[in-house]
Design a protein around this ligand. Structure first.
Ligand SMILES: [Zn+2]
Ligand SMILES: [Zn+2]
Length: 248
């Protein structure tokens, strides 16, 4: 045997166990997918293509048998295309799980009190957790419509949302700044309570990334420290506001 005519390793075993009809159909499908004429390609050109790709498996397949197989595969592909067309033509609607555009919902805290849940139509106060898509403007309330399932990244997102709000309020001089700051302060206390109540084993279980209990414990500790720092900052802002009122 020359190198060129020697059967490739494993071919003897393959010949003993012929390809199943499903495997033959899959090979035909693959040939149609890469053929420039696609579904319009004729049986003899496709048979040549599959014989080239699978020299051992299609040796016993004659043109008549192949034609039958091919018409089955083509009918299947057309059926699937029709199903996909119907699916694509359906009106796109949002749900509790996803937005109309299927982008996936991200958790956020509302930054004003005019958010309305798109599935249960309830209005949410400022600072309430929601799951939304900004592209579709689709928002779902947490708790009633979207499951909560606290994770470290949720807690981190809650905290950075609160940090941003404190930052924004610290640079304002509107008459209701103190009231709004007090609201944020109450939410930081709520977050601290959530942090205290968060069970390390659950934080590990719900984490999207694989983390150890030790990692979770450290991250939880860091979050508690950061929320305490934020409370101190809020106190400092209150003191400054008090001072500017006295000066005014
Ligand atoms: Zn809702
Ligand atoms: Zn979307």
């Amino acid at each position: 045997l020359t190198a060129a005519s020697r059967p490739p390793p494993g071919s003897a075993r393959k010949a003993a166990a012929p390809m199943s009809d499903a495997a033959l159909a899959a090979a035909v499908r693959a040939a149609i997918a890469v053929h420039p004429e696609g579904l319009e390609a004729g049986p003899s050109t496709l048979l040549t293509a599959v014989k080239e790709a699978h020299p051992d498996d299609f040796t016993g397949v004659g043109i008549q048998k192949f034609k039958k197989l091919l018409s089955k595969v083509k009918a299947q592909i057309k059926e699937e295309e029709e199903a996909a067309r119907i699916e694509a033509a359906k009106p796109k609607v949002g749900s509790k799980e996803n937005c109309p555009g299927r982008h996936g919902l991200k958790r956020f805290l509302t930054n004003h009190s005019s958010y309305c849940c798109d599935t249960c139509r309830c209005y949410l106060p400022e600072g309430a957790p929601m799951w939304g898509c900004r592209i579709c403007d689709w928002d779902v309330c947490e708790g009633r419509c979207h499951p909560a399932g606290t994770t470290l990244s949720d807690l981190r997102a809650d905290l950075s949302g609160l940090e941003t709000r404190v930052e924004a309020l610290a640079s304002q001089s509107a008459p209701d700044v103190k009231t709004r700051l007090a609201l944020v302060e109450a939410e930081v206390h709520k977050l601290e309570k959530n942090l205290d109540n968060a069970v390390v084993a659950d934080l590990v279980k719900f984490s999207a990334l694989r983390i150890t209990e030790d990692d979770a414990r450290k991250q939880k500790k860091a979050l508690i420290a950061d929320s305490e720092a934020l409370l101190a900052k809020i106190e400092g802002t209150f003191a400054k506001l008090q001072l500017s009122e006295v000066e005014a």
